[in-house]
Write a protein that binds this ligand. Structure first.
Ligand SMILES: [Zn+2]
Length: 221
């Protein structure tokens, strides 16, 4: 199963690009120093299996901790990543310290994604095979997706990704990410959508792969 674009998938991309500054999340429009910190953070997630600490970034980039802290704060203000009150990283698109979106990478560690679309984008961003484990937001059934050579080679059930039309907050992590979810079937996506009174799009797995690849495929290029 390969990524497959569609009118619906393009509408989702337009909505995300218009509502949240997705270009900044992959480095466009950042200063050189900001982008070098952003790249270092994204590369360290798979190596460490968690968010890198300020100290670790400073050592890797041979930069003063004070300087790293200031750059991280600036990246936080641009919603490229987000920090806890002590100034340490809690998430950097597409990664999160911990979540219900587990991505086990081949020849690397386990990482967690911010949402379903981010999880599907990670194998494209890192150019690595991955086994994604999550759960249906409606019934809790386990969702398993294997991505090898940039294609889904195995998955369980008729997986649907709901892309909610949620905005109204500058930070994607605390708004739209909660409505980019996996479901075990179209029926469960519809039931949840009705109960939650959600507006948005139900994407097939190939369409959701396309969106994930478009958003994060070039984040480290
Ligand atoms: Zn379900």
């Amino acid at each position: 199963m390969k990524p497959r674009g569609s009118e619906k998938a393009d509408e989702v991309l337009r909505f995300l690009n218009d509502s949240f500054d997705m270009d900044k999340k992959i480095g466009r429009g950042l200063s050189r120093e900001e982008d070098s910190v952003r790249r270092q953070v994204l590369m360290e997630y798979p190596a460490l299996g968690r968010s890198p600490r300020v100290k670790e970034i400073a050592e890797a980039l041979d930069m003063e901790e004070k300087k790293v802290k200031a750059l991280l704060k600036s990246l936080d203000s641009k919603d490229v990543l987000y920090l806890d009150p002590t100034g340490e990283i809690r998430g950097a698109y597409p990664f999160k310290e911990q979540s219900d979106y587990e991505v086990l990478l081949k020849d690397a560690g386990k990482v967690y994604a911010m949402c379903a679309v981010d999880a599907l984008g990670i194998p494209y961003m890192l150019d690595k095979d991955a086994a994604i484990t999550s759960k249906c937001t409606y019934c809790g059934r386990e969702i398993r997706i294997k991505v090898e050579n940039k294609e889904v080679t195995r998955h369980n059930g008729d997986i649907v990704v709901w892309a909610g039309k949620t905005c109204c907050s500058f930070k994607a992590a605390t708004s739209v990410c909660h409505t980019l979810n996996f479901f075990c079937s179209r029926e469960h996506a519809e039931k949840w959508r009705n109960e939650e009174k959600q507006e948005g799009w139900a994407l097939t797995l190939p369409e959701a792969l396309y969106v994930g690849k478009k958003l994060f495929g070039d984040a480290l290029k």
